[in-house]
Every structure is written in C-alpha cells, then in structure tokens.
Design a protein around this ligand. Structure first.
Ligand SMILES: [Zn+2]
Length: 367
C-alpha cells in the first residue's frame, strides 16, 4: 500500500547525511536534497541490511533478454536515501553505489531527473560531464548510458525564477540532456499554489517546445488542468512521457489519442493495491493493441515494486509479511515488467513488456 505522506522537506535527513559522510575525495559523494514525492519506507528499526538491496537476477533474465532502460530515476536522491538509512554504508560515492546495485543486471541506460529549485549546478554537471565520452562511461559508469532531464517539479513551482530558468537552459545544451522535466501539476499535495503551478508549467512547456525537447510530465489529481494546458501549449506530435501514471485510465487514453508520441510511464506503483488505475489502464491498452505505449521507470528511490518480496524470501518475517527495503533502484525494473505482463494477460510475458518499453524509450528520448 502507499504509506502516509510526510510533507516535510527532508532538510534534517540531509543534515544527517552530511555529518555521517566520511570526508569525500570523490566529487560524486556530494549530497543533493530530494523532493518528497513519497516517503522512503517504514521505520529504521525494520530496515533490512543493505546486502538485500543487491538483487539476484529476475527469473526472466537471460543472455538474450532485453536490457534494462530506466526512463525516470533520481540518482542523487536515491544515493541520499541510501546514505541516510545506512549509517555504516559500504559505498561512499554515488557512482560506487550505483555500479554495485546494477552489476550483472544488464542495465543499458538510465534517464536521471533533476527537478529541484534552485538548480544543483555543480552536481548535475559533474555527473553529466563524466558520461560524455565512451571512455568516461566505461570508467565511471560501468558502460551504462547516462542521460538526464531537468525541470522544476510542481512541488517547487513557487521557487521558479528567471535565474532558475537560465540554469535549466544551460543544462538543455548539454550532450547528455534528453528532455525537460519533470514538470506538471500536483493537486494531491498542493506544495505550491495551484495558480503558480499552472504558470510555471506553461512557462516551462513553452521553452521545451521552442527547443524541441521531449517533455517529462508529473501529473497527480489535476487531470482537467493538465490536459487543458498540454493541449494548448504543446504541438500534437511532440514527444511526451507522462511519468508514474496513477490517474484515471480515461485521462491517459484522451492524452494518448491527442498526442501520438505520448507514452505512459509505469513504475512499481502499479503493484500497489491502493492504486487500481494504472493496472486498469494496462488492461485497456492490451485489449486494443498488440503493443503497449508505455515506458518503464523506477522513480527511484520511490515506488518499490511490491512483488519483489516474493524474490526475497530472506526478508520474510515470522508470522507473515516481510521486512521492507528502504529504497528502489534501476535493477528492479523487470519486476514491474512482470506485473504489467500479468495484468496485460494472454500473449504477454516479462520479456515482451521489456522489449516494447525499451523500444518506446528510444522513441521518446532517443536513448
Ligand atoms: Zn520523479
């Protein structure tokens, strides 16, 4: 189930991460705050040892299976969550942590998301620059294709300024930047006034359209306004990824009909019993087409697919249930794909979902 939301920005957690970190010799140990879309998990006392974060391969994985592409992950936030949850953490830099989690999982590409205001200039540039050349990607990323998008999240719309926009425009010119986002409307939390959210969304859409950049949309309980603004501002053929979709299937279908290059982002939230919309949408898509217009994403560190616990018997508790992992990461994507295949029904399996989603990631972001 989706736990209760903590609306407090995680400055305390950030401070504790800073003091807990060993003095870092590597640039990539820098800590960046994360926006609290959802909480990290349950209480500290129930956190399993960090060894459990390193997963065995999903049962569908093989030499010939489709590699993992995660179209939406917050790398810095995931590393922060890891460092704050594990005081004696084994990995002291983001790159070390990421490589350890992904090792052996055929991770081909990730789209990292920077959506804070003000822009974390030093941090995004350090990561993106390290991935410009093949040599750099082999050395720092274990050969993974690192890409990123940038924008200001609706939670932080009230912090959008000309200076922030200038910083985003600078990032848009970077060779590893593949889109503008995540931007949108979130009326569930209302962390910024709705009018401000709409203004800032419109402003960012105009820039993205002007530059021809794919757009990553965050929309939650704001169907009417999101649809109205997108249709007014974005040309029909523009590339759009509606990330971590949880709203009504009808809303998704209307957007997909209007925008032929719009794809729906599916995270582990599809596995939650409190969210039936996402599975219902998959059912409808699968019943009307032999391929799915979706991309797979983690939204890490959030949205751990709940079916992963059946692959982690060591976490089972006496008397039922299991210890919960404190964060998600890219290697969990096949569990979400497996769940999607189960919902889609006859003729679908994990591999086919992975294949469709991988092709779509290329269509929307060129990755
Ligand atoms: Zn996100």
């Amino acid at each position: 189930m989706i736990p209760v939301i903590c609306p407090i920005r995680s400055t305390l957690r950030l401070a504790s991460v800073r003091s807990a970190s060993a003095p870092c010799t590597r640039l990539f140990a820098t800590v960046v705050p994360y926006h609290p879309r959802r909480p990290m998990g349950k209480k500290k006392s129930s956190t399993p040892s960090e060894d459990h974060l390193k997963l065995s391969n999903h049962h569908s994985a093989s030499e010939s299976s489709t590699p993992i592409v995660d179209t939406h992950t917050h790398l810095s936030s995931t590393f922060n969550a890891y460092r704050s949850r594990y005081k004696e953490a084994k990995h002291s830099t983001l790159l070390e942590f990421m490589k350890a989690m992904y090792e052996g999982h055929k991770v081909e590409a990730i789209v990292d998301v920077w959506c804070e205001a003000p822009v974390q200039k030093k941090e995004w540039k350090a990561l993106a620059d390290s991935a410009i050349t093949e040599e750099g990607r082999n050395k720092d990323w274990g050969g993974i294709q690192y890409w990123f998008v940038m924008g200001v999240h609706p939670h932080e719309a009230k912090l959008y300024t000309d200076a922030v926009e200038k910083d985003i425009l600078e990032a848009m010119a970077h060779p590893r930047c593949v889109g503008w986002g995540e931007i949108g409307l979130d009326y569930h939390y209302d962390n910024s006034p709705r009018e401000t959210q709409q203004e800032v969304l419109t402003r960012q859409l105009r820039q993205a359209v002007r530059l021809g950049k794919p757009i990553t949309i965050h929309t939650r309980e704001a169907e009417e306004d999101t649809e109205r603004i997108l249709k007014a501002e974005v040309p029909r053929d523009h590339k759009i990824h509606v990330h971590c979709f949880t709203d009504s299937p009808e809303f998704a279908l209307r957007l997909m009909e209007h925008f032929p290059n719009l794809y729906i982002g599916i995270t582990g939230v599809i596995t939650y019993t409190t969210n039936l919309n996402t599975a219902e949408l998959i059912r409808r898509l699968a019943s009307s087409s032999s391929s799915l217009r979706i991309v797979l994403e983690t939204d890490a560190p959030y949205m751990i697919p709940s079916n992963i616990y059946s692959s982690l018997p060591a976490l089972a508790k006496n008397g039922g249930g299991s210890l919960r992992l404190p964060l998600s990461h890219t290697a969990m994507i096949p569990w979400t794909a497996e769940f999607v295949a189960g919902v889609a029904g006859d003729g679908w399996d994990t591999e086919k979902v992975m294949r469709d989603a991988r092709a779509n990631a290329g269509l929307v972001y060129g990755v």
